[in-house]
Design a protein around this ligand. Structure first.
Ligand code: SAM
Length: 278
């Protein structure tokens, strides 16, 4: 993955960060809608963190859901976001928790002293391009020796990930480089090795998830309006005049795998959550 000198997302001009180059989730699409749809997964990740009242929790890539759930569980929450607009969304969502601390920061450069937190949570946040080595090193630095880091990734191999792979590889073909590998934080062996390098052991759990919606083509078109990653890819594909062909191939992958007999979309996939401890 690129670090400082080669921003992977410069093809749409919407990227943020210095070490971890990520699409700006606040500037493209309307991530709030996607976050709502993913709320059950976020709940599962926060549950995996087994937060106790009074614990200090750092939510990386906060937007709002995981930070809010942690605050509701009685944690003292610090929320970081790399996207200024989404930091404001998080602030608004946590207005009833005035002790929450908010920082505009990249996970690769956390503005906190060593051993500051009992728990660090990455709820579907870092899988879109954060530099894994840098992110894990920083999360490991700021978590207490007895603390835990909880992260997430898509497992891959299902129709939604196959469609996303088409979108990503077609985008790579028109812009000259791939934005990020799809199962970036979901490959157990890779994650084990990356955390082991920081002195952590990991416990990985594979969870089923079912995505439902209108018919596959409508579902894709709707997702493309709100999901920042899809938006970023579509802007590049449209500019190159190949958007329709890519969308067509993506739709046919979803249609083939569709489990909804009544014309809507029902697709099963898996995500992975991991808990890292020393
Ligand atoms: C898919 S959203 C998940 C939002 C949130 N965790 C939730 O539960 O709703 C990913 C979020 O992570 C943020 N993000 C991605 N990479 C980041 C990084 N390197 N440092 C800080 N935030 C990052 C994005 O701006 C975005 O808000």
């Amino acid at each position: 993955m690129p670090t400082t000198d080669a921003p992977a997302w410069d093809f749409v001009g919407h990227y943020v960060g210095r070490d971890s180059v990520v699409p700006d989730f606040g500037a493209l699409g309307k991530y709030e809608f996607v976050a709502e749809a993913l709320l059950p997964i976020t709940r599962g990740i926060v549950e995996a963190a087994r937060i106790q009242a009074g614990e200090t929790v750092l939510d990386v890539g906060a937007r709002n859901n995981a930070a809010l759930l942690a605050a509701q569980a009685g944690a003292r929450v610090t929320a970081i976001e790399i996207s200024p607009r989404l930091l404001d969304v998080a602030r608004a969502a946590l207005k009833d928790y005035p002790d929450t601390r908010f920082e505009l920061a990249d996970v690769a450069r956390l503005p906190f002293p060593d051993a500051s937190f009992d728990v660090v949570i990455d709820a579907i946040s870092l899988m879109f391009g954060a530099d894994r080595e840098a992110a894990i090193a920083e999360m490991a630095r700021v978590v207490k020796p007895t603390g835990r880091i909880v992260w997430t990734g898509w497992f891959g191999g299902d129709a939604i990930s196959e469609a996303a792979k088409i979108q990503i590889s077609d985008t790579a073909a028109v812009v000259g480089h791939a934005p990020f590998p799809y199962s970036y934080w979901g490959n157990e062996a890779e994650m084990r090795a990356l955390f082991a390098a920081q002195g952590f052991q990991v416990q990985v759990t594979k969870h089923p998830d079912v995505t439902t919606g209108p018919a596959p083509r409508e579902f894709l078109a709707g997702l493309d309006q709100v999901h920042p990653v899809s938006r970023a890819c579509s802007l590049a594909l449209e500019k190159a005049g190949v958007l329709e062909q890519t969308m067509e191939r993506m739709a046919s992958v979803l249609e083939k795998a569709n489990e909804d007999p009544d014309g809507g979309t029902k697709l099963s996939r898996f995500y992975v959550s991991g808990v890292a401890t020393r």
